[in-house]
Design a protein around this ligand. Sequence first.
Ligand SMILES: C[S@@+](CC[C@H](N)C(=O)[O-])C[C@H]1O[C@@H](n2cnc3c(N)ncnc32)[C@H](O)[C@@H]1O
Length: 424
Amino acid sequence: MNDAFLKSYQTLREVYVNGAFSSIALNKTLYNCKNRDRALITKLVYGVLDNDIRLSYIISKYVRKFPKGDALLFLKIGVYCLTDLSLPVYAVVNDVAELSKLSGDRHIVGFVNATLKAVSQNAKQPVEYPTDPDEYLSVRYSYPVWAVKKLVKDYGRDTAAAIVSHSAENKAVARFVYPTTAEQILQRYGIHAENTCFDDAYFVKGSLPSDSADCTFQSLSSIAIARICARSTPQSGTFLDCCAAPGGKSVYVKQLKPDLQVTSCDIHPHRVALIESYAHRMKVEIETVCRDMSVFYAEWQRSFDTVLCDVPCSGFGVLDNRPDIKLFRENKDISELMKLQYSILNNCAEYVKVGGNLIYSTCTIFDNENGQNVRKFLKEHPDFTYGEILLPEISSADRRGFYQFLPHKEGMQGFFVAVLKKIR
Ligand SMILES: C[S@@+](CC[C@H](N)C(=O)[O-])C[C@H]1O[C@@H](n2cnc3c(N)ncnc32)[C@H](O)[C@@H]1O
């Protein structure tokens, strides 16, 4: 049996059946597989998840009764290989038919084989997509239709189409604690690297040691937010990271301004432990606290120069790394998230000193979770006004009060940031 197909199937099953995060499930698989299979497994796993709606639509055109469970998964893998990868048709049909024997059901094997043969005969023909414009974007680019409608409302149809049609490459970014040592470390591990807009971070292909205190994987969005936070805080001031786990931003803020007193909170004890182990690995000292940050703690009132609320969100800005978000998030989740986001922002505003900054960030692109929360906050808190995003590396965002990063525009993950200054 084709090992790359088998491992891809097992990984996809973890995501579809057991609800595993795609990035975590894939990393586990890649850790235990042959080097030569890595690229294909990554392509197959991310490709099937990212194209899920379109693959189901194509399958629906070839079957009388829409399949479920493993039969559907075998077909998604096969149809993705036939329509999106230039693998030989006979090999795909044979390999997936072989894979389908894992079901132990000869009806499934026959059904998968016959359906893939039928798809393969038309694989190069254009697909007839739905004519309704929202349905078209949803099926063509495998984006949930409720999310398409939201984006059309927030940005207009042209930008919504640009957002959903953008296929971001999942590029790993390594950040180096001492930028002058980057070249030496990259050479030592034989890593190919490209510059990013930040002088201490590179796009990298290859693996770096996971226990090093000198370099770490960190997304450009996380680097940007941490830099904004550090620059908004006086040299030996106080910084509170309210939703801090696994600690990427807290640790970097402390590295950028070692004299800061950094306090990092999270609601879950096991996630506070993640902050602690990351801080330990990176050799920085930060205070960690396990707290529900939607609840008021009087001892922190007006105590911090900068408070970061990097709140839980729908994650539609990080689909390059987590395409499974498109499968499992539902429209009704957004209103629940908005309530939680607002209650954290509203409560943590109390902890900002007069003259200090409250920084609100998410890794999503829906106005409900971003601008709408901030506008409501400013309306209800006349003691706050827009401050300034200090990010000269990205001129479109620099010196604005708030900014929505969009992958097709800035070429990085979609995220939102607002700097809110406490004026009295
Ligand atoms: C977007 S993640 C934060 C990422 C983090 N800032 C970083 O850069 O590594 C959101 C975090 O908020 C935490 N969280 C959710 N509800 C919370 C609450 N009520 N109080 C504190 N933390 C909460 C989650 O456990 C999760 O770790």
